[in-house]
Design a protein around this ligand. Structure first.
Ligand code: UDP
Ligand code: MG
Length: 255
């Protein structure tokens, strides 16, 4: 029997429609790995309720009664995906050796869990889930995502293209992450800075199993802005130069 305990962290905001399917599918994958002796019996999936206003927490509670495979963390208010995910990672990091983060809508399929575990057991401290195909996204979402990755590369920010927040972090990476004190969390930018041996696993991105996206355009733009301003000083430099030239032009016109 393996002594590797794995935890799956799933932030949930108004996910009452997806939770049963997700709990079922993720639970099934964990049970299979436990039965095969790949991971420890105490491995679990932890749902983080990010201040949902629908029956998400009630639904999570109903899964908690089904045994130690299911856990839940309830946040006092909606703090947003990134903070909810970090809260889940930090509150569960002493409960498992490695943690895998996934979305509640199974767009990152549960069948990737054995791939993450395999890559970790092969000696990787960080395993990035990369979507090799975004055909299930709307063309708007695909276009804006491609523009964002191109812009981030131009700004010199080291992020893994087509990787969202589906990843495995081992104990050393989790410890290093706990020392980051970022005000505007953009985990996709922070994790590559942690260092440590890492690898990627590729999968097809499915469509949301139920419900609607919890990332409306305003939230998406705020998130992209956090990504740009937290990891690159180039926009700041641009503003300084712009201010300088406007000032100079004012003097010239004034004279
Ligand atoms: N989410 C969250 N808090 C929020 C918004 C979203 O915890 O304020 C969760 C959501 O429940 C899901 C994940 O973050 O598990 C990703 O959200 P979603 O699938 O709606 O984003 P998309 O895939 O459309 O970009
Ligand atoms: Mg989604």
């Amino acid at each position: 029997m393996s002594s590797t305990r794995i935890g799956i962290i799933i932030p949930c905001y108004n996910e009452v429609e997806t939770l049963d399917l997700t709990a079922e599918a993720v639970g099934e994958e964990l049970r299979e790995l436990i039965d095969a002796g790949e991971i420890e019996i105490g491995s679990f999936v932890c749902f983080v309720d990010d201040g949902s206003r629908d029956g998400t927490w009630k639904k999570i509670e109903s899964w908690l009664t089904k045994g130690t495979l299911y856990r839940g963390v309830k946040l006092s208010r909606n703090v947003g995906h990134q903070r909810a995910l970090l809260a889940g990672l930090m509150s569960m990091r002493d409960e498992a050796e490695a943690l895998i983060s996934m979305d509640a809508d199974l767009q990152d399929p549960a069948s990737t869990i054995p791939l993450f575990v395999g890559a970790y057991l092969d000696g990787n401290e960080i395993v990035y889930g990369v979507r090799e195909d975004r055909s299930s996204d709307s063309s708007f979402k695909r276009g804006t995502a491609e523009f964002f990755y191109r812009m981030m590369r131009k700004l010199g920010v080291d992020i893994v293209p087509n990787h969202a927040d589906c990843r495995l972090l081992g104990p050393r990476a989790l410890d290093a992450l706990s020392h980051f004190d970022e005000a505007n969390l953009f985990l996709r930018g922070i994790v590559p800075l942690l260092g440590y041996p890492s690898t990627k696993i590729y999968y097809k991105r499915d469509a949301r199993i139920a419900g609607d996206s919890k990332y409306p355009l305003t939230k998406m733009l705020a998130f992209a802005w956090d990504g740009v301003t937290s990891f690159s000083t180039k926009p700041l430099g641009f503003i300084v130069w712009l201010g300088f030239f406007v000032c100079l032009a004012t003097f010239v016109v004034g004279a």
